[in-house]
Design a protein around this ligand. Structure first.
Ligand SMILES: Nc1nc2c(ncn2[C@@H]2O[C@H](COP(=O)(O)OP(=O)(O)OP(=O)(O)O)[C@@H](O)[C@H]2O)c(=O)[nH]1
Length: 525
């Protein structure tokens, strides 16, 4: 059973040319398509990441410039106010008015304070519960440096997380009188949010700003503002003053494609980034579109290759079939449409060899049925002929012919001369025969002649005619021979032809016994 199953499987999976082309074409097209898709995926991936890196760097640079411009503008506004305050410092009402003017004139600040040289808040707008209070100890440095600067993020007494640009107040003679500071909130609907917060996109891109201690000043997630960020390559690089872009893993362990740029005025840094997963998602969408759009072309190409393959295989398959059965179907070979060079060549060769082989076979077949010395029929040919003859209903006469004393011819003239005599006698018999007669050499110097549709009487006459002709004929080397002939007739009834041949032999024996060079006959059987 296993053997049978294996045989059936082998039959099903037999690798003919058509199947081979089918398998190779499918494999080729699928492999090429896959290879193209994989290559295109990698090329697109690199291009997507490169584009995103570049876009994020451009964004970060732009936003760094915007932030710096904003801070410069804030600085200028405080500068002007510091000047106005310096001349009115003795009148705090006027100082408050100046703060009110600045607050109303610009939306850069959420609050404004004036601090004296002891660090005490002497004026505030809007009215907050900080008047008369001192600035915190870690902010006292601004009194020492007496330079414009931005205070590090701190929580105001009113509970707001904020940064604070400051500007020194100098008297006309250049004495330091304190500083004016603007409060900019970092949480809620702040100026920084309005300035930077629009740069958050649905594709997951977002940006953030860190101060020089890597503390978040701005972040899409407001709750993270004020948080110190560690282990972030982009932040490390930007706080060293570099502008650039790279693939990073953020502090939450998420792969990001980030661009970064520093804000030289404050030492802060801006980072714009997009999650790698969102890039790959977009790439996936693009790639699926590529796959879907390439399917019809792939199927078309596969179909065309298959059609071409089948057309190529067809003549070869037909030629192979013809080769297998060439003896029966050679005429069909010329009908095969060998439409391309190799198949046409094969077809021509097949037709030629077909013809040659048939010729050879025919010649071999003739040789098989012919006596090599006399070219008369041999016993095999006789058997075949008799089978056909027995089918026809007509009777026939049989002559059994034997050369008299042939041994002495061989002895006297040599075996070769004997052969020549046999050949010559065959020629005499052929010349004497009708088209339907069948002449056969059955032994050394013994012959049988079958005369279809000839009566016994006519056969006796024919035998006599032949005997006389041989008698009068001069054989090669001047040899004279005689023949004895036994004649019988077969009526083609229930008796066998073998019996008729036997009787002809008996008649021949009688002719030999009673003097040779004569013909004897028997009654028809
Ligand atoms: N040259 C030649 N001789 C052959 C061939 N076949 C048989 N012979 C010879 O034919 C001779 C036949 O001799 P026998 O059978 O004695 O008969 P015969 O001499 O003809 O005598 P009868 O038949 O009684 O008249 C033998 O010597 C065979 O060697 C052949 O192909 N060529």
């Amino acid at each position: 059973m296993v053997k049978g199953t294996l045989h059936s499987l082998r039959k099903v999976f037999r690798l003919d040319l058509k199947r081979l082309i089918l398998v190779l074409a499918t494999f080729g097209v699928v492999f090429t398509s896959l290879n193209t898709l994989i290559t295109s995926y990698h090329v697109h991936r690199s291009a997507f990441i490169k584009d995103t890196l570049h876009a994020n760097q451009v964004y970060a640079t732009k936003l760094a410039q915007v932030t710096e411009l904003f801070l410069q503008s804030v600085n200028s506004q405080l500068h002007v106010s510091a000047y106005h305050i310096s001349v009115k410092l003795s009148d705090l009402t006027e100082v408050h008015k100046e703060l009110e003017r600045l607050l109303g004139q610009t939306n850069s600040f959420d609050s404004l304070v004036v601090v004296d040289t002891h660090g005490k808040i002497i004026a505030v707008k809007p009215d907050l519960d900080v008047l008369g209070k001192s600035i915190s100890n870690n902010q006292l440095d601004v009194l020492n440096t007496q330079q414009p600067q931005v205070l590090e993020p701190f929580v105001s007494p009113a509970g707001n997380l904020m940064i604070s640009p400051t500007y020194p107040i100098l008297s006309e003679s250049g004495d330091y009188l304190g500083f004016v500071a603007g409060g900019i909130y970092l949480q809620g609907d702040t100026i920084l949010n309005r300035l930077l917060g629009r740069h958050h996109y649905e594709d997951g891109s977002y940006m953030y700003v860190v101060d020089k201690k890597a503390r978040l000043l701005f972040h899409v997630n407001e709750h993270r503002v004020g948080e110190l960020v560690k282990d972030n390559l982009a932040i490390e690089r930007v706080l060293k003053g570099f502008t650039g872009a790279s693939e990073i893993v953020n502090s939450a362990g998420i792969s990001m494609v980030a661009g970064y740029a520093p804000i030289p005025m404050t030492g802060w840094g801006v980072v714009s980034q997009r999650p790698m997963s969102s890039i790959l998602d977009e790439l996936g969408v693009t790639h699926r579109a590529v796959i879907y759009s390439s399917i019809p072309a792939t199927i078309l190409i596969l179909g065309l290759i298959l059609i071409a393959g089948i057309q190529i295989a067809k003549p070869l398959a037909h030629l192979a079939k013809q080769l297998a059965t060439f003896d029966k179907t050679s005429s069909d070979t010329s009908q095969i449409k060998a439409w391309y060079y190799e198949a046409a060549n094969l077809k021509r060769t097949l037709l030629q060899s077909n013809r040659s082989i048939k010729k050879v076979i025919k010649s071999l077949d003739n040789d098989r049925k012919t006596d090599q010395l006399t070219s008369l029929h041999n016993r095999l040919s006789l058997d075949l002929w008799l089978k056909n003859a027995m089918l026809s209903k007509a009777g026939m006469s049989v002559l059994a012919i034997d050369i008299d004393h042939f041994k002495s011819i061989n002895d006297v003239h040599g075996h070769r001369a004997g052969d020549e005599v046999l050949k010559e006698l065959a020629s005499v018999m052929r010349g004497n025969a009708r088209a339907d007669d069948f002449i056969c050499r059955v032994g050394g110097e013994e012959f049988l002649v079958f005369l279809p549709k000839v009566s016994l009487g006519e056969a006796v006459d024919a035998a006599e005619r032949l005997r006389k002709q041989v008698l009068e004929h001069t054989m090669p080397k001047g040899i004279q021979v005689t023949v004895s002939i036994g004649v019988s007739h077969w009526l083609n009834n229930e008796s066998s032809i073998e019996r008729a041949i036997e009787l002809a032999d008996q008649a021949l024996y009688r002719a030999k016994r009673t003097g040779r060079n004569k013909s004897c006959c028997v009654e028809p059987v």
